[in-house]
Design a protein around this ligand. Structure first.
Ligand SMILES: Cc1cc2nc3c(=O)[nH]c(=O)nc-3n(C[C@H](O)[C@H](O)[C@H](O)COP(=O)(O)OP(=O)(O)OC[C@H]3O[C@@H](n4cnc5c(N)ncnc54)[C@H](O)[C@@H]3O)c2cc1C
Length: 286
């Protein structure tokens, strides 16, 4: 197995262009598990750990430019205020060891429907920045990035450079059902993000369909019927939950049944919306 070790982004793009079969490795918390279990035996590994800029982040205007290799621990420690939904999701990933190595770029690269960063990226309207040496930069909205189970819009000669995550302008919540409280892949998960300036609510469903996805009808319902100055109407919250549940298309697997996941998505949706709404009204009163 060849081991490619670029030290700059340009070298990394050149290596990927010359060897599209090379498998990028950042934290290695997915890649090494697959190699150790014999799931794959790549002809080459492309180690991105020496490309320093992949571990950088910056707040630029209304968004965070988050390098693909920034570990979850940094998101938890540094970005809880600006990106609360993503930080909450990051807190639930694996263990401290996994959060020190694992990255959002790796979560996107793996494109597992159960990846915890996907629901908040969808709810907040994040954009994935990818690049190839020969075709340059592409900006892919999160809701166009996921194409199928562990399949994404990333081309073989492309690498993920960063994720642009809008700075929160309202409350955000992420909630995950697992078979225990820590070190657990989601049975299902849900993220909600209030966008008060646009009078809009964003959603993200995890681990309850072949890809992470938004609950579009549920978002449209709230855009049409939510009174942003009033307490949350319980009937509206219930219909929101029902439409989120209807947007799910899960399977039965070892972690849970399809029927349970549909039910749980409805509950998580209603519950996270209520939490966010309480915060929204609290901020207005303050
Ligand atoms: C014990 C354990 C617990 C876990 N718990 C969770 C959990 O709770 N929630 C969760 O979501 N995940 C969990 N995971 C999975 C994993 O930690 C995450 O998916 C993590 O985000 C992967 O990041 P990484 O940097 O380690 O990726 P890597 O393993 O390095 O890479 C993952 C994939 O992304 C590709 N890739 C990496 N960087 C790039 C790039 N810049 N451009 C293009 N492709 C790239 C790789 O080729 C690979 O296909 C767990 C894993 C383990 C081992």
């Amino acid at each position: 197995m060849d081991f490619l070790r670029p030290t700059t982004w340009e070298e990394a793009l050149a290596a990927k262009a010359d060897r599209p079969d090379a498998v990028p490795i950042q934290g290695g918390t997915d890649v090494m598990v697959e190699i150790n279990f014999g799931v794959r035996r790549p002809a080459a590994l492309l180690d991105l750990n020496r490309v320093a800029e992949l571990r950088e982040w910056s707040m630029t205007g209304d968004a965070c430019w988050l390098g693909a290799g920034v570990p979850y621990a940094v998101i938890v420690d540094r970005l809880g205020g600006e990106l609360p939904g993503l930080a909450q999701a990051a807190r639930t990933v694996g263990s401290p060891q996994i959060r020190n190595r694992g990255s959002v770029g790796g979560n996107l690269g793996a494109a597992s429907p159960a990846g915890d960063s996907h629901p908040p990226l969808l709810a907040t309207g994040a954009t994935v920045e990818v690049e190839s040496r020969d075709r340059g930069v592409r900006m892919i909205p999160a809701d166009e990035f996921y194409l199928g189970v562990k399949r994404s819009a990333l081309e073989p000669d492309e690498l993920i450079r960063a994720v642009h995550v809008p700075r929160a302008t309202g409350p955000q919540y992420f909630s995950k059902v697992g078979t225990r409280n820590a070190m657990v892949i989601a049975v299902c998960s849900f993220a909600v993000a209030l966008h008060p300036r646009e009078r809009r609510v964003g959603t993200g469903i995890g681990s309850a369909a072949p890809t992470p996805r938004r609950a579009l009808e549920a978002e449209e319902l709230l855009a049409a019927e939510l009174d942003w100055d009033a307490p949350l109407d319980p009937a509206l919250a219930r219909r929101f939950g029902e439409l989120c549940a209807r947007a799910a298309a899960p399977i039965d697997d070892v972690r849970g049944s399809a029927a349970y996941r549909v039910h749980a998505i409805g509950v998580l949706a209603r519950r996270t919306l209520a939490w966010a709404w309480n915060d929204h009204l609290g901020r207005r009163a303050a």
